[in-house]
Structures are given as structure tokens and as C-alpha cells.
Write a protein that binds this ligand. Structure first.
Ligand SMILES: O=C(O)CCC(=O)C(=O)O
Length: 316
């Protein structure tokens, strides 16, 4: 088992904590205060978006692109609690110590009770609402610019609309990460404001001596940038860009992933790697990634189902 040389890509317990710390103090904390803004455009057609950004793999904020969505015009936490208050969700699921199950109505009550300067913000991250509250989808109609999502050719229509809602309180943070399986990020802001810091996939942080944040900030390939998303805005980030998100106010956003056909071979290779590691060496996966193994198993099973792979032939 080799250790991942790039600290930013490590999934052990300590590395993501050290990376988050670097956003608060030291060279990275200084660099983010002057990071350039991601370009903002409005009124782009799907063709212009593809030619000027997607094919060139350039991040962009599409200002007001979904401003007419019913969700952007009408949603609030209370609105969602009224419509689907009895639905089960996992709150703070990205924090193993804080993760807990609740109904959506309870979650909204928790937010109301959790006020004051000392309160730790509560965040409902990655809620796959379409399995439990599919009626919400009508308020977030498919975007013309997302039609290229190749997942529908691989997995069928239902998987390509497998989007997540992110609901949280001011101050909530999603730590720096890359999305799995080489999908593009297409994030629509519905309520409130979010600050994003992004870095290019080539960004390196090695810790052979000591993690050198200054070198990372000065390296041209890092391309550190920022943007604030407001209701109706959509952020496009090409596959494998690192992103860290901070809620500037109470916020609701829709995470919609898109697989670009040019990333198809990498996408399949990554999924196969994960599946084969689980099939051939489950004990080693459990030993080396105890914190990830359940989610990896669940994803691999559902992927195998969608691809019609008969796992029973391989394992009892
Ligand atoms: O909004 C957030 O907190 C995280 C969103 C995210 O990581 C994504 O949409 O890929």
C-alpha cells in the first residue's frame, strides 16, 4: 500500500484537518484574501457555454442562470419542512462524530434553536432528495447547459438526475475536496450565499519535508480562485477541480454533476478500480480506509446494479 504523495488527495483522518487549518492561518489563508474571482457571465446560450468554457475546461459562474426556477423564487427552510417534514435525512453526515439521523422537520427546528455566536453551524450535506422527496425535482428543472451529462447513456435517465441538495447554516463549511469519478460540478444556488475557493486539478502539496503552502500558493498551476454564489447563480467547475465551500448566510444549493464524454474512460477506470479492489481485496480496503469502506461498498453495489453486473457470480 503506497501513501498518496499529494496531501490534498489523502483521505486519512489528519490530512483534511490540516488542509482546513491552512485556510485559517498561514500562506494559504493570506492568499485566499486576494484570490482572483472566477469569471462571471450572464445570458450565455448552451452552445456558447460549451464553446467558451466546457470545451476549454474553464470554470465560470453563470449569473442568474436559474433565477426563474420555482425553488429560487419560493423556497426557504420552513417551506421544505412543510412540504416534506417527515422525510429521513442524515445531518452533518461529513462529520462522523456529529452525524445523526433526523426528519427534515426536526432538522429545520434544530436550525432555529441553534443560534448565537457560539453555536456550531449545522449542515445537511449531500441529501439525495430524489429517493425520498422526488416531488421537489419539479422546482429545479433540468438545465439546458447540463444536457451533455453522459451518465444517462451509461446508467439511464434516473441516475443522471441523481442530484444532491445542500442545506446549512451560516458558517457551515464543506472542506476542500475533489469529486469522485471525474464528474464536472454544476452547482445551483437556491437560497442565501456561498463562498467557494477552487484550485486546479494539477495543484500539488507534498509533505516530504513539511507541507509547503507558500510553494502551493505561488505555483502557477494552482490557479487559486474564488466566487460568491447568489440565488439563481450556477457554478461550472470542470472535473477534478478542488473546491472548498463556506456558507456566508443560511443557504440551500443544488449539486448537479455532469459526466463529460471526454472523461468517460477515466470515469469507468475509477469505478472499476474501486469495484475490483472491493471484490479482490475487501480486507485490505477495510484496513486501509475504515472510514470510507461503507460508502464505497454502497456506491459500488449500486453502480454494479445499474451496470447490470452480476456480483453473485464473483462472490458468495
Ligand atoms: O455546497 C457545498 O457545501 C458543497 C457542494 C459541492 O461540493 C458540490 O456541489 O460538488
Amino acid at each position: 500500500m503506497t501513501i498518496e504523495p499529494n496531501v490534498l488527495r489523502r483521505h486519512d483522518r489528519d490530512s483534511p484537518t490540516a488542509v482546513e487549518q491552512a485556510f485559517h492561518t498561514g500562506p494559504l489563508a493570506e492568499a485566499v484574501t486576494t484570490a482572483p474571482d472566477i469569471e462571471r457571465r450572464s445570458g450565455l446560450t448552451a452552445q456558447e457555454f460549451a464553446a467558451e468554457y466546457r470545451h476549454l475546461m474553464r470554470p465560470v459562474v453563470l449569473e442568474g442562470h436559474v433565477a426563474d426556477w420555482p425553488s429560487v423564487r419560493t423556497w426557504s427552510f420552513d417551506h421544505l419542512a412543510e412540504r416534506c417534514g417527515s422525510v429521513h435525512v442524515v445531518v452533518d453526515s461529513y462529520n462522523t462524530e456529529a452525524a445523526r439521523e433526523a426528519r427534515l422537520g426536526e432538522f429545520v427546528r434544530m436550525l432555529r434553536d441553534n443560534q448565537g455566536d457560539d453555536a456550531t453551524p449545522i449542515y445537511l450535506q449531500e441529501w439525495y432528495y430524489q429517493t425520498t422527496a422526488p416531488e421537489l425535482a419539479a422546482d429545479m428543472p433540468e438545465m439546458d447547459i447540463a444536457q451533455y451529462d453522459f451518465r444517462r447513456n451509461l446508467y439511464g435517465e434516473s441516475a443522471s438526475t441523481n442530484h444532491q441538495l445542500w442545506l446549512g447554516q451560516r458558517g457551515g463549511v464543506t472542506r476542500l475536496h475533489q469529486d469522485s469519478y471525474s464528474v464536472d460540478v454544476m452547482h445551483a444556488q437556491i437560497v442565501g450565499e456561498k463562498l467557494w475557493y477552487v484550485m486546479a486539478p494539477e495543484t500539488e502539496l507534498s509533505d516530504t519535508t513539511e507541507a509547503d503552502w507558500r510553494k502551493l500558493c505561488e505555483a502557477p498551476e494552482t490557479r487559486l480562485m474564488r466566487c460568491v454564489l447568489r440565488p439563481g447563480d450556477v457554478l461550472y467547475l470542470p472535473a477534478n477541480w478542488y473546491h472548498r465551500i463556506q456558507l456566508l448566510s443560511d443557504s440551500i444549493g443544488l449539486g448537479r454533476k455532469c459526466l463529460d464524454e471526454q472523461n468517460l474512460p477515466t470515469h469507468i477506470r475509477q469505478r472499476m478500480n474501486e469495484l475490483l479492489a472491493l471484490l479482490l481485496n475487501p480486507d485490505e480496503v477495510r484496513r486501509n480506509h475504515p472510514e470510507l469502506v461503507d460508502v464505497v461498498l454502497m456506491r459500488a453495489r449500486s453502480w454494479a446494479n445499474r451496470m447490470d453486473l452480476d456480483l453473485s457470480r464473483l462472490r458468495p
